[in-house]
Design a protein around this ligand. Sequence first.
Ligand code: PEP
Ligand code: MG
Length: 322
Amino acid sequence: QIEEWKKLKEVPTQSKDGVHVELGANIGTPNDVTGVLENGGEAVGLYRTEFLYMGRSELPSEDVQFNAYKTVLERMEGKPVVVRTLDIGGDKELPYLDLPKEMNPFLGFRAVRLCLERQDIFRTQLRALLRASVYGNLRIMFPMIATLDEFRQAKALLLDEKQKLTSEGVQVSDSIQLGIMVEIPSTAVLADQFAKEVDFFSIGTNDLIQYTMAADRMNERVSYLYQPYNPAILRLVKMVIDAAHQEGRWVGMCGEMAGDATAIPLLLGLGLDEFSMSATSILPARSQISRLSKAEMEQLAAKAMGMQTAQQVVELVRSIDE
Ligand code: PEP
Ligand code: MG
């Protein structure tokens, strides 16, 4: 098996019936790129930038950020790098911001909500990203988008900083794709409208499941409700993928579900274009996908969406012989 994985390191991911999907990795720091390359990652599908802000006593400067983004882009040598803008709040705190305690942090002032209010923080990050964009294939995505209006505001700030940099004579790439995380049910439901304005979606199932099932992802006592295979989740994922494809956009997934061997046949069948997971899951996933026919998985996914329970879906997936 290890020998097989080694061979798969250099080849693109392909299903048994010849359909290409992209396997990327989730990273938290520039050092993590080593693992992505060692495991044959075709992209960085999620660069969580929170770690740049955590474990220090003040906000990271524009230059500190620029260097981190540039390093990742250069080391990926032109392969896509999806950088997620700051997603702080929820379970991730920044002591130096001194934010008031909230009753429901996961439903509170976090991620893009905070960035749209604290524009100083957001603009600094956007400038660092724009300056780094000429060193590779940068894609930017905003987390926790709940409304079109939030996306438009965030995009306007990005364009404003781009304009400023250009007028200062700073080089900025003209081919940066701009996308959003789909991790709030309202956004999944209106995916057809978002698809007209974004370049891509990345489905964040860690949060999408918690918000759809109303079950805190950190709370053990309700963990039985944390159900990736619930047909409700599969139908939402399907809606997002179909809406994107209708407009010619691509869809990735960067939640834990994307690297889960039981979910992969379903996601392939639902039409997911890009899977982003921990680096060590990439080669096993590539091997699994090479043994699956996409056409057959489409049938499987259609069946799964008609089922009543997550357990039935799991049994259905286990019944296929790869
Ligand atoms: C997600 O919500 O699925 C996701 C990838 O983001 P995070 O786990 O960082 O909230
Ligand atoms: Mg999330």
